[in-house]
Design a protein around this ligand. Structure first.
Ligand code: DP6
Length: 367
């Protein structure tokens, strides 16, 4: 499949006005996307758990306008007009216009809010971009459906989700993994049938019950602004001395992950996920320029998790994104001792003792 698949043919002239609301979750990668080519094509495959509680809720109001020469939109966060977001959305619209040729026919009002605090250091780009992509897909669907019979077939549903993921990717790579749940693969590879660089796909193989209700408690170690934007970070993989080995490693790790997901081997899961997190940070530390995005408290948390695991045998592990916050991953059946441990030993390392309890989820919903 190529990008052409998502360019609508003979889109009708009708431009209905309306309003649509979608909520879309964040996701946490187990095998990390780090490094991309032009047009948001990932250098390696990644796989993530879709989250359940950390979400963006976006209301998109659309009104047909007379002129068709520029994009026209306003953005509100928590009811407040935020012009700072406009350049990112302008770029997003420019990238996706060929796939949504009606964009310049409308004035859009984008009202967005997150279920997690804006200043929490949790990236809202995955949930935010996927929510907006879904809203825009609903507009496309409405334009088409006013003119042809309603199409609720599996094929139409699949196209809707695939194109939403495709568009979300053009906003932010990891956003393409937030449309559906509960395990999503993105990036072409030989291990997962149907995998694509263009959009995320549901992981299609057997998954052990232990992973069905996996928990992710996010420790907000540092709520500050990102030191380095992810796009700048990804670009540092160009000419990175370890890049090719890293990209190959992600393929190898995906193959290992497939066996782990089926068998439920938690020791192997822990080893793979923690190694992926530290490899991501190792790539940043060995870029030129180089970055250390962990904070002293990130390391304290990691060591405390290792000590606790050794002492108790509870299969708790961590992963990291491109920042200092720690995602604590564990099976639901171990939630009582792990939460007790977090409350007793780890909250001290969180800014204002702040952490967020989340778990694996099923993807976005239209409200
Ligand atoms: C470290 O998706 O934020 O979280 O495509 O530039 O928007 P852009 O990058 P982004 O990168 C996220 C990278 C990561 C790992 C991951 O989620 O796979």
């Amino acid at each position: 499949m190529t990008e052409q698949h998502f360019i609508p043919k003979n889109l009708p002239e009708t431009r209905p006005n309306g309003q649509i609301v979608w909520e879309s979750p964040s996701n946490i990668a187990l095998i990390k996307y780090w490094g991309k080519r032009e047009n948001q094509i990932p250098e390696n495959p990644s796989i993530s758990f879709t989250l359940n509680h950390c979400k963006t809720i976006t209301t998109l109001s659309y009104k047909a306008k007379e002129t068709h020469d520029t994009f026209s939109f306003d953005v509100f966060l928590d009811g407040e007009k935020i012009d700072d977001f406009k350049p990112k959305i302008q770029t997003f619209f420019e990238r996706i216009e060929v796939y949504l040729p009606f964009l310049k026919d409308y004035h859009f009002i984008i009202e967005t809010k997150n279920t997690f605090p804006h200043s929490s250091g949790i990236a809202s780009s995955a949930s935010g971009m996927s929510a907006l992509a879904l809203c825009l897909m609903s507009v496309e669907k409405q334009i088409i459906e006013l003119n042809v019979i309603q199409n609720e077939s599996d094929e139409a549903h699949k196209y809707f989700n695939q194109k939403a993921s495709f568009l979300a990717r053009l906003g932010s790579g990891s956003a393409c993994r937030s449309i559906e749940g509960d395990l999503i693969v993105w990036g072409e590879n030989k291990i997962v049938d149907g995998s694509s660089n263009l959009f995320g796909t549901k992981y299609p193989y057997p998954v052990h019950d232990i992973f069905k209700d996996y928990q992710d408690t996010i420790l907000l170690v540092d709520k500050g602004e990102k030191q380095v934007s992810s796009t700048v970070g990804h670009n540092l993989m160009h000419n990175h001395p370890y890049a090719q080995n890293r990209f190959q490693q992600a393929h190898d790790n995906l193959e290992k992950m497939k066996m782990i997901l089926e068998s439920g081997d938690l020791d192997a899961f822990i080893g793979l996920v923690e190694s992926e997190a530290l490899t991501l940070h190792a790539m940043m530390m060995t870029s030129m320029p180089y970055f250390i995005l962990m904070k002293p408290n990130t390391l304290k948390v990691i060591h405390a998790i290792w000590d606790f695991r050794k002492k108790t045998g509870v299969p708790v592990s961590f992963t990291l994104d491109a920042g200092a916050n720690v995602h604590v991953l564990y099976p639901k059946r171990d939630a009582v001792p792990v939460l007790e441990f977090i409350n007793k030993e780890l909250v001290a390392y969180c800014q204002n003792e702040h952490f967020i309890c989340d778990q694996i989820g099923q993807g976005a919903n239209q409200l």
